[in-house]
Write a protein that binds this ligand. Structure first.
Ligand SMILES: NC(=O)c1ccc[n+]([C@@H]2O[C@H](COP(=O)([O-])OP(=O)(O)OC[C@H]3O[C@@H](n4cnc5c(N)ncnc54)[C@H](O)[C@@H]3O)[C@@H](O)[C@H]2O)c1
Ligand SMILES: O=C(O)C[C@H](O)C(=O)O
Length: 329
């Protein structure tokens, strides 16, 4: 049976994450080995030539699933008919820039993109925001798209989730495949809280298996939370292939579901669960079935976790207030 291609829009397509992402989307890793895709690349005018070069390389791969590539600097064109949107392009923080300036500059990107999604995307649109500050950029785009169900706007914390899996695997010696139910709570920032109290390593409670509070507080949590900065320090550029990989994982799991007995972490609009104020786009443990996610309910949150979740959520609330103050919500 011939399937209709899925339209996948990628913003910031000429950037370093874009370069690591597009080939994997075109080869079937995003949606599945039997799902044809059409790529819609959005760039700013200065990025168009490089995006065209990437498109030439995509052509040269002769990917059987790739049914077309369109390139534009107009969000209204790039999001037309989009089924999946990966919002990667963002304004990076530069020297001397205050947080308010950064939020304002990103408002200038994510507000018009949200409006273009509202006006032109397909009814089943799923949006993943990767560009930082990802959670609040997702909130800005969502606010500009009142006709799109709000749960379709998500922010990426899957890279943090994957980083936490890897660190826990190194500590316990168990392969990543034997670790389940890890959670990233809060913001994709240094305040995020990677939680192993409900995680399992080879079927045993992870916190009990580790049994090392000092490692948890002084090594694991800061290593995961500050990994982005450590990569920048080491590479001289922010994470790209691992970020692209996490974006693939995020959408693949959103479309295909979580495994039985496991969950994943996604930045999603809060429904008030776990004391996270309603509407904030915060990371939660989620299970996914038939393309719809649900927050895992009923987890007992100990004092150690509560304090850290609250700190990250406070930061998200402050970011929301700041963009409200800028008239972006
Ligand atoms: N959530 C996460 O886990 C995570 C991880 C890594 C990086 N990031 C973020 O992802 C973003 C992209 O990273 P990168 O390394 O690819 O950056 P990059 O600078 O290499 O590429 C960004 C691209 O976006 C383009 N761009 C800028 N404004 C645009 C707009 N309005 N429309 C379309 N394109 C636009 C630029 O021209 C550039 O080509 C950054 O904000 C980075 O901080 C997030
Ligand atoms: O781009 C950054 O500031 C870091 C990035 O969000 C990461 O977690 O690697």
């Amino acid at each position: 049976m011939t399937r209709t291609p899925v339209n996948v829009t990628v913003t910031g397509a000429a950037g370093q994450i874009g370069y690591a992402l597009l080939f994997r989307i075109a080869s079937g890793h995003l949606l599945g080995a039997d799902v044809p895709v059409k790529l819609r690349l959005l760039e700013i005018p200065q990025g168009l030539k490089a995006a065209e070069g990437t498109a030439m390389e995509l052509d040269d791969c002769a990917f059987p699933l790739l049914r077309g590539i369109d390139i534009s600097d107009d969000p209204n064109v790039a999001f037309d008919g989009a089924n999946v949107a990966l919002l990667v392009g963002a304004r990076p923080r530069t020297k001397g820039m205050e947080r308010g300036d950064l939020l304002e500059a990103n408002g200038g990107i994510f507000k018009p993109q949200g409006k273009a999604i509202n006006d032109h995307a397909a009814d089943d649109i799923k949006v993943l925001v990767v560009g930082n500050p990802a959670n609040t950029n997702a909130l800005i785009a969502q606010a500009a798209a009142p006709d799109v169900p709000r749960e379709r706007f998500t922010a990426m914390t899957r890279l943090d989730h994957n980083r936490a899996l890897s660190q826990l695997s190194k500590k316990t010696g168990a392969p990543v495949s034997e670790i389940r139910k890890l959670t990233i709570w809060g913001n994709h920032s240094a305040t995020q809280y990677p939680d192993i109290f409900h995680a399992e390593v080879a079927g045993k409670n992870a916190a009990e298996a580790v049994n090392d509070q000092a490692w948890l507080a002084d090594d694991f949590i800061p290593t995961v939370a500050k990994r982005g900065a450590a990569i920048i320090e080491a590479r001289g550029a922010s994470s790209a292939a691992s970020a692209a990989n996490a974006a693939i994982d995020h959408v693949h799991t959103w479309v295909n579901g979580t495994a039985d007995g496991d969950w994943t972490s996604m930045g999603i609009p809060s429904d008030g669960s776990y004391g996270v104020p309603e509407g904030l786009i915060s990371s939660f443990p989620v299970t996914i079935k038939d393309g719809a996610y649900e927050i895992v309910q009923g987890l007992e949150i100990n004092d150690f976790s509560r304090e850290r979740i609250d700190a990250s959520v406070k930061e998200l609330s402050e970011e929301r207030e700041a963009v409200r103050g800028l008239g972006l919500l």
